[in-house]
Design a protein around this ligand. Structure first.
Ligand code: NAD
Length: 270
């Protein structure tokens, strides 16, 4: 990966995860700055990874080649405003991981030509197993796109969105997805507890079962989950009886409707 000076604006969970991924992949710590007004978190991250800590967003942006905006969406305007006249953004790659803020808003906030890429990571990025959707405006160079892609590959896998609206599809498919899986696992845990297992036993059983299913799926050269399901379902057997209940209660349609609701909400929030 090409090495450029990176400034993270925001020292929260996501910034921490990406910094951890970069440093563990050998990115030079001396080329990374983390910026936040609150010293405790910022200094902890800086000490942990040997990177530079700063409370001055403007100076960090001026010195960086790449800026990662990693503050809460509601803070974004306030964070961008002082940066407006602080730097020539045509000389810097601007990455934002904030949910729900369309590209045009950054152009409004910064009022100058930008090399902007929106990134939508998900929480498993915190353990290096994230999925990030990326969207680059047409003016962004191939080198900048490669840089952003490699940055996010340090915490998981990536997929490019051809149109900006597709970022909302990524929110529905992967962004919100940890909660979908947790709900299913929570339901299984509850049902196992109803059968007499303790909460800890039920937790272990469900976690190991989920891990096993994922490992099995990954070990097969098969992209259709339907085929994997059929392979573990004997006709007229116990699994078939359980699955029949899911179908009777329209699980596939419910999942599709739920994902569509996530997209609608993301559109409303823009
Ligand atoms: P967080 O609350 O953990 O961190 C936000 C950080 O911003 C804090 O360190 C805070 O001190 C800092 N901050 C506040 N004001 C600032 C300022 N003026 N200048 C510099 N730093 C400032 O948030 P997070 O979970 O890391 O999320 C960061 C962004 O990532 C959000 O925009 C969120 O939408 C996006 N995101 C998060 C996730 C996730 O799973 N956590 C997933 C996708 C996208």
């Amino acid at each position: 990966m090409q090495h450029r000076k990176i400034a993270f604006i925001g020292a929260g969970n996501m910034a921490n995860a990406i910094i951890a991924g970069l440093v563990s992949h050998g990115y030079p710590a001396s080329m990374i700055t983390v910026c936040s007004p609150t010293p405790v978190r910022r200094d902890k991250i800086a000490q942990q990874y040997g990177i530079i800590s700063s409370s001055d967003n403007v100076s960090a942006v001026q010195q960086a080649d790449v800026i990662v905006l990693a503050v809460k969406p509601q803070m974004m305007e306030q964070v961008c405003q002082p940066l407006q006249n602080a730097a020539d953004f045509s000389k810097k790659l601007l990455l934002t991981i904030a949910a729900g803020i369309p590209s045009q808003r950054y152009h409004d906030y910064l009022a100058q030509p930008l090399r902007l890429i929106r990134i939508m990571p998900n929480t498993p990025s915190l353990v290096g197993k994230g999925v990030s959707g990326l969207y680059a405006e047409a003016t962004v160079s191939t080198e900048d796109k490669q840089f952003a892609e490699q940055l996010m590959q340090s915490v998981g896998t990536t997929i490019w969105c051809k149109k900006e609206q597709e970022i909302n599809n990524i929110i529905a498919v992967t962004g919100s997805s940890p909660a979908y899986f947790f709900l299913f696992m929570e339901s299984m845990q509850q049902a196992a507890e109803n059968l007499g297992y303790t909460a800890e036993q039920a937790h272990e059983l469900v976690l190991n079962a989920a891990e096993g299913a994922i490992a099995l799926a990954k070990s097969q050269n098969e992209t259709a989950f339907a085929t994997l399901r059929e392979q573990v379902t004997s006709k007229g057997g116990t699994t078939a009886m359980a699955l029949a209940q899911f179908y009777e209660h329209h699980l596939p349609q419910t999942v599709a409707t739920a994902m569509q609701s996530a997209i609608s909400r993301a559109e409303e929030m823009e």
